[in-house]
Design a protein around this ligand. Structure first.
Ligand code: 5GP
Ligand code: MN
Length: 339
């Protein structure tokens, strides 16, 4: 366990190193919050630390302190590969299997000779890191980065930039502190982040009050497309590429849409199916309440995974075939889903 290895990690970090920090592909608030917070922390020790995101992320995360220095592997491959090859340490945050960094970046990570440190809260971690801090009970990777800094004896070094980044990841991964993984400890951490300079009200505004008119119109269409299967307490939303185009879709616009399906009274399983012509897939987000594991459901049927109550996956079929498959699978889970 990581706690026994902390002295070794502390020794590693005691002299400046070339360090690369990697979030998962299509980074979310927790992925960007945790990588940026760790980067700010490592820079306090004069490390040459850089974040390489596999690809771009939504605009509502681009106000985060340090955002302007994040490299994108997809569009900056040469520079990224150079840094990965020169790295002595690589942190992988908010994911636990190389393929979650996307095929191209996974290849680069596999070839890398750097010592790897994983900090992550998803299920079934792979075994690539010399130091693995994996805890599926955690609200977020950001809460774990807070713990990591604390274990290194540096809680008092957390400044306003670090606190702000960590706050964002905890806030977004807990659905603003309401999902079951939110514990009293999570709130203690949040309290300490506010004390260290995270401006909670401003952070909520910066992250959530950034709707464009077209995003709200797209939400309207998504809600019109909502279908309910009451006997299996399931609801799902579809959005075709044509609908995304109609409302001038931008990365991040569909974030949170699936939660509207889950907010229906009596519904415990919700899905959104979003067509992507560019990736030639249907991107699937799954959410549940209680015991029903969307992680398992996604692993078995839709090439994905995640957590018990939030997971992602994909389908290589067209929308109609994907929805038919989804509907035909549901009765297998009648014991879990029917009342
Ligand atoms: P989202 O639906 O927001 O894309 O993802 C929900 C959760 O599942 C996130 O924690 C995300 O990291 C994880 N997740 C999404 N897609 C995949 C996937 O393809 N594989 C795995 N293992 N996890 C995923
Ligand atoms: Mn996370």
């Amino acid at each position: 366990m990581i706690t026994n290895q902390i002295p070794e990690i502390k020794a590693l970090l005691s002299t400046p190193k070339n360090i690369v920090i990697v979030p998962h592909r299509n980074p979310d608030g927790d992925a960007m919050g945790s990588t940026l917070a760790l980067c700010h922390y490592l820079k306090l020790y004069n490390h040459n630390a850089v974040i390489i995101a596999p690809n771009d992320y939504p605009d509502f995360l681009k106000w985060l302190p340090g955002d302007d220095s994040v490299l994108k592997f997809e569009t900056q491959q040469q520079e990224s590969n150079k840094l990965i090859n020169a790295a002595e340490l690589i942190f992988t945050l908010d994911f636990n299997a190389f393929h979650r960094a996307g095929n191209l970046m996974a290849e680069a990570l596999e070839k890398a000779t750097a010592t790897m440190i994983m900090i992550d809260h998803h299920q079934q971690p792979d075994n690539y890191a010399k130091y693995t801090y994996s805890d599926v009970s955690m609200s977020s990777t950001c809460e774990m980065v807070y713990n990591f800094i604390e274990m290194l004896g540096d809680a008092e070094k957390i400044n306003a930039d670090i606190a702000t980044c960590l706050y964002v990841g905890i806030m977004t991964d807990t659905g603003s502190f309401r999902f079951p993984a939110t514990t009293s400890r999570t709130h203690e951490v949040i309290g300490s982040l506010i004390a260290k300079g995270a401006d909670n009200s401003q952070i909520h505004n910066n992250t959530f009050d950034t709707n464009s008119y077209s995003r709200l119109q797209l939400l309207g269409r998504a809600l019109q497309n909502l279908k309910v299967i009451p006997e299996l307490r399931t609801a799902y939303i579809t959005l075709s590429q044509a609908e995304l185009d109609e409302f001038n879709f931008k990365k991040g616009d569909t974030e949170g849409f699936v939660n509207y399906a889950l907010s229906l009274k009596g519904i415990i399983f919700a899905a959104i199916f979003i067509e992507s012509h560019q990736d030639k897939i249907i991107k699937i987000s799954l959410r549940s309440k209680g015991e029903f594991s969307v992680n398992e459901f996604s692993r078995v049927h839709f090439h994905g995974g995640g957590h018990t109550n939030a997971a992602g996956g994909r389908s290589d079929d067209d929308m109609q075939t994907t929805i038919s498959k989804f509907i035909s699978i549901l009765p297998q889970y009648k014991n879990d889903l029917a009342q």
